[in-house]
Each structure stands twice: as C-alpha cells, then as structure tokens.
Design a protein around this ligand. Structure first.
Ligand code: HEM
Length: 209
C-alpha cells in the first residue's frame, strides 16, 4: 500500500500543478496547452494505464489488509481507547477512501469521459481542444462545487494518515528524518487539497473566468 500510495501521491502533484494553470486566469489558454500535451504525449498516455492500475491495486490492497486485520483479531478490542491510541482519521481510512472512490467516479464522468471518449466542445483561441470550457460549465453547478470541496476535505484527512504511514510501511523510519517527513506530510496533506478545492470555488464565484 505504501508504494501504490506514494505513486498516487506523485500523480496528485502533477495533476495539481497542471490544473493550477487555470490560476493564470487567461481564459484557459495555458491550461489547454498543458491538457493538450498530456493528451498527445505517448509516455503520459501509457502512464494513464499505470495510474488506473495503481488506483485499482491500492483499493484491492486496502481490502486485503482489512480482511487480514479482521482475521488476526476476530474479536474486537474490549477497550479500544479511541482517540487516546489513534486519530479518528487513521481508523477511518476505509470510509475516507470509499468517499474518494465515489468522488472519482463522478470526477471521471465530468472530465475524463468527455476528454477521452465522448469528445470536447470545440477549440480555444490557440486551436487546442477546450477542456477548460468543460471545467467552466461543470463548476457552474453549486452541488458539484460542494461535492468537490467535501471530497477535498476527505482527501486531506486520507493523506494526513496515508503520507507518513507510507514511509512507515516501507520501513523508512529514522530518528532524525521521521519528524521532518511527518511535517512535510502534514503540509502536503493540507496544501494540495486546498489548492484543488480553490479551483471549483473560484470558478463558481466567477473570480477565474
Ligand atoms: C478539485 C479539483 C480538480 C479538478 C479541477 C480536476 C480536473 C481534472 C481534469 C480537467 C481531468 C481531465 C484531464 C484530461 O483528460 O486531460 C482530470 C482527470 C483526472 N483526475 Fe482530476 N481534478 C481535480 C481533482 C482531482 C483529485 C483530487 C483526484 C484524485 C483523488 C483526481 C483524479 C483524476 C484522475 C484519476 C483523472 C484521470 C486521469 C487523467 O486523465 O489524468 N482529480 N481531472
């Protein structure tokens, strides 16, 4: 889970970086250049298959891990200790992951299906396919914006446990470096979902046009 988790984290970095081109607020010209590159580069196309495989593997690993944990302790703890022993989000990774899966299904229907299967609505001033226009129409609906923002809160908590847990699983525990990794993990888990959440909010508010 550690390896697939870190791989998915690296995807989030690239995805967040490229989507951030909308903050140029140039009518989506820069964003569409990035999207065009992603859609036409063969290496990226191949990575997309690896990405979907990674996502599925991550979910299968989560199911197997949960089943193994249940087998190892068929009778629950008498006194679980609650927040004294672990954070609520570390105990709720399955729930948070399921919420993220539901988000992903909606999200892929919004963008990926249109860009890869059903086709995009026309071209921008540079003659690039206009994925930005899809984003604009998607984020005119308030319920969509709310779902995205709630999903980013789930993502933040999922990452908050997942980031440092990945390093621990891989045995990268070090007296000196572990506190730094934890601090980077907390920063990452808050900043990346926050930047993602800004996208639907600012578009809905008409600040990004
Ligand atoms: C909230 C802000 C987000 C926006 C505006 C956004 C936008 C997009 C867009 C426009 C695409 C289509 C890309 C293309 O076809 O070239 C896409 C694809 C995708 N997004 Fe997002 N995304 C956001 C957050 C996320 C998050 C948080 C995740 C993961 C948890 C995610 C996972 C994916 C995946 C797996 C794909 C399909 C693979 C790909 O085409 O790269 N997205 N997103």
């Amino acid at each position: 889970m550690g390896l697939t988790g870190l791989f998915l984290i690296s995807f989030l970095v690239v995805h967040c970086f490229l989507n951030s081109f909308i903050f140029f607020n140039d009518g989506g010209l820069m964003f569409n250049i990035g999207a065009h590159f992603m859609a036409t580069n063969w290496l990226i196309r191949a990575m997309e298959i690896v990405l979907f495989a990674g996502l599925i593997l991550h979910m299968v690993q989560a199911l197997i891990l949960t089943m193994e944990n249940r087998k190892a302790r068929p009778v629950g703890y008498n006194v679980a200790g609650g927040s004294a022993n672990s954070s609520w989000y570390s105990r709720s990774m399955g729930l948070l992951g399921t919420l993220l899966l539901m988000f992903l299904i909606i999200h892929l229907a919004h963008f990926w299906v249109k860009s890869r299967i059903t086709g995009l609505p026309g071209e921008d001033a540079n003659g690039h396919e206009n994925l930005y226009a899809v984003m604009q129409t998607t984020f005119t609906q308030l319920w969509v914006v709310i779902v995205y923002v709630l999903a980013m809160v789930s993502l933040a908590y999922h990452l908050l446990h997942g980031f440092q847990s990945a390093f621990q699983t891989l045995g990268l525990n070090h007296k000196k470096y572990t506190p730094a990794i934890k601090a980077i993990g907390v920063g990452f888990s808050i900043i990346v979902p926050f930047i993602f959440a800004l996208m639907p909010i600012l578009m809905y508010a008409g600040i990004i046009k």
